[in-house]
Design a protein around this ligand. Structure first.
Ligand code: FES
Ligand SMILES: [Fe+2]
Length: 396
């Protein structure tokens, strides 16, 4: 059985076939209908059709900074283990012992040698191999011919890291991440391969939103709401200073042509990424990399928002901010970093009200998905089209 087939509880009934006409209409300008935001059954289907077959983000490399660091993560109900192995590579395993299915790691830990199961002490190396099975064959007998240790390593999940974001492909058969994200990485080629440095505790915060995860994506994609929801931001980066970002890849969003950070009156500026072309002296771009990552790139910092879908009407937004050099993460820059975090937090909190309002609105029985502006909502439409396509690929 594939991992992707295990994520829906039995009590949730499959989605009604009558959603399919609405999905079929999405490419021609239609919107995802209400059940895509409010029904548990659709949320359960999305686990199999949207999250498992694609590259879904579950965490950050900075969560396991040192060799041997391991962090349990429950994502979409699946117990996972994020781990940095002896070679320094981030790996993801299912967090389950091959003996009796105990969760192996139950709090963030650093393993110097092996990972020891707390139940009967079976031990695994950091690359997942089962190494020792004490008293397996009876007291004092650590092996038994019927149990082949070499076949009982941890279940590894296909994973990759990009911009410190840890993505997993639960179904195991998605195209390579490099191919899936190629359009975005080529759009941002000037930043590719440049190191980023997390700002530390002052550059990290979470928001819990009473909304479906897709509304967080949709709100992030567009700048149409800027004058009314972000009056502060709009005072220096107006609606007409923004442009839509629509390409063929699995992302859409918007950018500004007037990014000019002025966080305090000192005139200090965070150091910039190296070798950027003229465009990036004033442009900054904000895109949703489908399904569940929102990223923002600027000449002087990068941020990402991991959307953790907790339920059809609850999402945790985890925000992490990165800078361009180790110096920017030190004490001399703490005040400016804190101000930058505050500024973004204010903006993202301003968004919470409308995202939650759209969620409530989707209980209005006659709401038909809405009416998109053919000019201002194109990034939202691109996302709807992507969801409809991916959702429809799996036959009911
Ligand atoms: S469940 Fe892990 S050793 Fe028994
Ligand atoms: Fe916003």
């Amino acid at each position: 059985m594939k991992l992707a087939e295990t994520v829906s509880p039995d009590h949730v009934q499959p989605v009604e076939h009558n959603l399919m006409p609405a999905l079929a209409a999405v490419p021609d300008g239609g919107c995802l209908p209400n059940p895509f935001y409010i029904e548990e059954a659709v949320f359960e289907e999305e686990k199999k059709r949207i999250f498992a077959p694609n590259w879904t983000c579950i965490g950050f490399g900075k969560d396991v900074p040192n060799i041997g660091d391991a962090r349990p993560i429950t994502f979409l109900g699946i117990p996972l283990l994020l781990l940095r192995d002896k070679s320094g590579q981030v790996r993801v395993f299912q967090n389950v012992c091959r003996h009796r299915g105990m969760t192996l790691v139950n709090e963030p830990t650093n393993f110097r040698g092996v990972i020891r199961c707390p139940y009967h002490s079976w031990c695994y190396s950091l690359d997942g191999a089962l190494k020792t099975t004490p008293h397996l064959g009876g007291p004092g007998q650590n092996d038994h011919p019927a149990v082949s240790k070499s076949e009982l390593g941890l279940y590894e999940v296909r994973s990759t890291v990009w911009m410190d974001l840890v993505f997993v492909n639960l179904s195991g058969d998605a195209p390579a991440f490099e191919d899936a994200a190629a359009t975005l990485t080529s759009r941002w080629s000037e930043f590719e391969g440049q190191a980023i440095y997390h700002g530390g505790p002052d550059s990290s915060f979470s928001l819990t939103v009473a909304s479906n995860w897709k509304l967080a994506v949709e709100n992030y994609c567009e700048s149409y709401h800027l004058p009314w929801i972000h009056p502060g931001l709009n005072s220096y980066s107006r609606l007409e200073d923004h442009y839509n970002i629509i390409e063929s890849g699995d992302f859409s969003g918007q950018g500004t042509t007037v990014y000019n950070p002025s966080l305090d009156n000192s005139g200090r500026q965070f150091s910039h990424f190296k070798g950027l072309s003229e465009k990036w002296s004033t442009c900054a771009e904000y895109v949703a990399l489908y399904p569940n990552v929102l990223v923002g790139i600027h000449k002087d910092h990068f941020f990402s928002i991991l959307l953790e879908p907790v339920a059809q009407d609850k999402t945790v937004e985890r925000v992490e901010i990165y800078y361009t050099s180790p110096e920017m993460t030190g004490g001399d820059w703490a005040d400016l970093r804190a101000r930058n975090s505050e500024m973004w937090k204010e903006i993202f909190v301003e968004d919470v009200g409308v995202v939650e309002g759209m969620q409530r609105g989707r209980h209005a029985p006659d709401f038909d998905g809405g009416t998109l502006s053919p000019v201002m909502d194109t990034a939202t439409h691109a996302f709807h089209a992507w969801v409809a396509d991916r959702y429809s690929r799996t036959a009911l």
